[in-house]
Design a binder for this molecule. Structure first.
Ligand code: ZN
Length: 257
């Protein structure tokens, strides 16, 4: 399948319709505020003692953060450089993850997947099987952070962001432990977010995810007009394969030819 697809000419974004790139200001704000709306919902739920809602809300926050951070990384929300830096910091902070480290490894991922760990640390779990990826989950983000930190050796500004971002989980967990008796919601949230961050590497190994990942990241789609990279999430009415309906149709048409 890989060989077949790489030989074919994939449709360009302008062939599919550049209106895919157009999003409204309100869509931008909704995408950016959704994680914080989720946090507010979490606070309300635990305030009223509805702890059973906690994992569900944290899962939805996780999805909201991953979605918008991907848009921010690919600059598809029309933000300035400074706004992008702050958005990476704030969105990552919601899950106690480093948005700047993610940007470094994710851009690399689009360029080099499939490659070994040195070239593409983000895609590495796709090569070690489901069981390997499950065990790799707990160290995944730390390895990405360390890779990104070394990668930005000459970019002090990026390193400062990353150092601040890596302190956030330490602060949250410490606070959560100290306030456990009076405010258990902090530590519960931190644990749920941490455990949630172990799951994505395993999902790389599902056959559907893997094939989609390849399609969206093969050389033809990693140009500046990349389908996967350019289209904001608000325009991506995602199908079961993770592609937007229009992308799926284009790929289906391509496969028939
Ligand atoms: Zn991407």
């Amino acid at each position: 399948m890989q060989a077949t697809l790489s030989k074919q000419t994939l449709p360009r974004l302008d062939e599919l319709g550049t209106d895919l790139l157009l999003t409204t200001r309100s869509q931008h704000w909704l995408a950016l505020t959704r994680p914080f709306i989720g946090l507010a919902c979490y606070c309300i739920a635990v305030y009223f003692g509805q702890w059973w809602l906690a994992p569900i809300i944290v899962f939805l926050i996780f999805v909201a953060v991953v979605t918008v951070t991907h848009d921010v990384v690919h600059r598809s929300l029309g933000m300035t450089q400074r706004q992008t830096a702050w958005a990476l910091f704030l969105m990552g902070s919601v899950l106690m993850e480093s948005g700047h480290a993610y940007r470094t490894t994710h851009v690399q991922h689009h360029k080099y997947f499939p490659a070994d760990e040195d070239e593409d640390p983000e895609g590495y779990p796709a090569h070690i099987g489901l069981l390997g990826a499950i065990f790799y989950g707990p160290v995944f983000l730390y390895r990405l952070w360390w890779w990104a930190f070394r990668r930005n050796k000459k970019r002090t500004g990026q390193r400062v962001w990353m150092i601040v971002e890596v302190l956030i989980p330490i602060i949250v967990f410490t606070t959560g432990i100290f306030l456990w008796k009076t405010m258990p919601a902090i530590l519960v949230y931190a644990v749920l977010a941490l455990v949630g961050s172990w799951v994505p590497p395993s999902s790389w190994n599902s056959p559907i995810t893997w094939s989609t990942t390849f399609i969206l990241r093969c050389p033809a789609t990693t140009s500046p007009n990349s389908l996967a990279a350019s289209i904001p999430s608000s325009k991506r009415r995602v199908c079961s394969t993770g592609m937007s309906f229009r992308e799926e149709k284009a790929f289906a048409d391509m496969s028939r030819n």
